[in-house]
Design a protein around this ligand. Structure first.
Ligand code: NAD
Length: 512
């Protein structure tokens, strides 16, 4: 049996060999971090307006030079160019504009209002200070888009970054890093290429924050290490999104929407719909139409491809194993169920009569496979959808929007939808986040800034007299404390007594 090809060395659509991309040695990672750190000092001192201008320039360059990156996405992902364009490139200019708007909100200094009675003469302001150098480790399923969520806020906050793309898709990230060389100070955006050993060297390196997107198993390891090192981290891990199809849904639109949400990018999406819970009353009609639509999807080597291949051989094997397990345990194979025979292609697959005993219902498949579970009613659908160790996204499909919203709020997820699913990954102001084993990470939006900036509070006291609460302790201090508590409880007439005691205490502390 021939050995598996080196990751990233094969076009997954055709099986043809790609030019080799050299990997870094783990020992080379430290120098890349060091260069980013040297450049970061000047970058942090650059005004936010200028940092924003450069990030907007980067967005424009990506859009202008899109044909170059699309060619790389073609060979690394094997999906249709139109699909890569829409998913990862077409909205980049607006994305950077949105990221800049989020940054100006998240990084604005915040004046704290202090009571003139209890904290007289003081002002306090909370500022956001860049962490330093951020390591960004990403998976292969959206080789460009995955970086957008972190590289822009990290740079806007005044950090240097070191990118670590997946070993399966290094070319796209190398292209991005090259674009950055022209726009940012030398070394500010570093890149290291290689497998887990290079990623681990980055986690161990002299970084000040870590963003990791990938599998649960690796995410737990890097989170444990980052916690030990006391560096802030964001881990965004697997998903197993559920869609709930209610009897009153618009059947045609629901079918079309769920075909897209489950099959787009060949299901290699942390927020792909992998499970559908459909109410019995509409189950037969829905499943017939859904299967017919999935069967019409075109795969490589058609002229137009709706569903590209799996990106790598490991992923193809996981998909094959999940489908075999489901069929063996009694699921009905409605369509697909086998490799296309071209590259790492797998036929879009629908499995009916699935249940919790099957991997295809409980484990992340990350492929063009949908498990359908028939349910008696909405409550059963919600409880089965929530019986998952993942919690990224979920959706409810119904004509009753009010009820749909109520049901969506019962889903244990970070992104709850009604009559749509998963597209919010291209919106920079929406937190991309989940719960349970999807991890605690947050990508995009102001909520993501904890990893990129730390709060620093500057407090200035313009009083010349000492404070009433300083030493020494005296009976007036006790009296003042009780009077203050009563005043805060609503005895406002105590204000005069309080002012008197404050004066006495200041005199006492001053030694008068
Ligand atoms: P993976 O965990 O195998 O690899 C992710 C990255 O981590 C790669 O760059 C890899 O080289 C690196 N890595 C591997 N071992 C490492 C180690 N010990 N230390 C540091 N880095 C290491 O995941 P994958 O197969 O590339 O990606 C698929 C997974 O990503 C799926 O589970 C998917 O759900 C998840 N994902 C999640 C989101 C999200 O937003 N929640 C988005 C996209 C993908």
């Amino acid at each position: 049996m021939s050995a598996d090809p080196r990751p990233g060395s094969v076009n997954p659509a055709t099986g043809e060999a790609l030019d080799d991309v050299p990997w870094n040695e783990p020992s080379e990672v430290a120098a890349v971090i060091e260069r980013a750190r040297s450049a970061q000092r000047g970058w942090a001192a650059t005004p936010l307006a200028e940092r924003s201008r450069r990030v907007l320039d980067l967005g424009r360059r990506i859009a202008e030079q899109r044909h170059e990156v699309l060619a790389l996405l073609d060979i690394e992902m094997g999906r249709a160019s139109a699909d890569s364009l829409i998913s990862e490139v077409a909205t980049i200019v607006d994305y950077t504009k949105g990221a800049v708007a989020v940054a100006s909100q998240a990084l604005s200094p915040e004046r704290v209002s202090l009571s003139a009675l209890t904290f007289p003469g003081k002002k306090a302001v909370v500022e956001q200070v860049p962490r330093g150098v951020i390591g960004i480790i990403e998976p292969w399923n959206y080789p460009l888009l995955q970086f957008h969520k972190s590289i822009f806020p990290a740079l806007l906050a005044g950090n240097g970054v070191v990118l670590k793309p997946s070993e399966h898709t290094p070319r796209t990230a190398l292209w991005l890093a090259k674009l950055c060389e022209d726009l940012f100070p030398a070394g500010l955006v570093g890149i290291v290429v290689g497998g887990g050993a290079v990623g681990a060297a980055l986690v161990e390196g002299d970084i000040d924050g870590l963003v990791f997107t990938g599998s649960v198993a690796t995410g737990k390891k890097v989170a444990a290490r980052a916690a030990e090192r006391l560096i802030p981290f964001s881990v965004e891990l697997g998903g197993k999104d559920a869609a709930i199809v209610l009897a009153d849904c618009d059947l045609d639109r629901t079918v079309q929407g769920l075909v897209w949400a489950s099959m787009h990018n060949a299901g290699q999406d942390c927020s792909a719909v992998e499970r559908i819970y459909v109410e019995d009353a509409v189950a037969d009609a829905f499943i017939d139409k859904f299967t017919a639509s999935v069967e019409r999807l075109r795969t490589t080597p058609s002229e137009e491809v709706d569903v590209g291949p799996l990106q790598n051989i490991n992923q193809l094997r996981i998909v094959e194993a999940h489908v075999a397990d489901a069929v063996e345990k009694g699921a009905t194979l409605r369509c697909g169920g086998k490799a296309t025979g071209t590259g790492y292609g797998y036929l879009p697959t629908v499995l009916d009569h699935c249940d919790m005993g099957m991997d295809v219902v409980t484990e992340e498949t990350f492929g063009p496979v949908v498990a359908i579970v028939r349910v008696a009613n909405t409550d059963e659908a919600v409880s089965r959808a929530n019986a998952s160790r993942f919690g990224l996204g979920g959706s409810v499909w119904t004509r009753d929007l009010r009820r749909g919203e109520q049901i969506a709020r019962r889903l244990e997820v970070g992104l709850a939808h009604v009559n749509t699913h998963k597209f919010a990954g291209v919106i920079p102001s929406i937190p991309w986040t989940g719960t349970k084993e999807t991890g605690t990470g947050i990508a995009a939006s102001r909520h993501a800034y904890h990893t990129f900036a730390r709060p620093r509070t500057v407090i200035v006291d313009k009083n010349s007299a000492p404070e009433a609460f300083w030493l020494p302790v005296s009976s007036e201090l006790l009296d003042m404390g009780h009077t203050l508590a009563e005043f805060q409880l609503g005895s406002f007439t105590r204000v005069f007594r309080l002012l008197g005691l404050l004066r006495k205490r200041v005199a006492k502390v001053s030694g008068k």
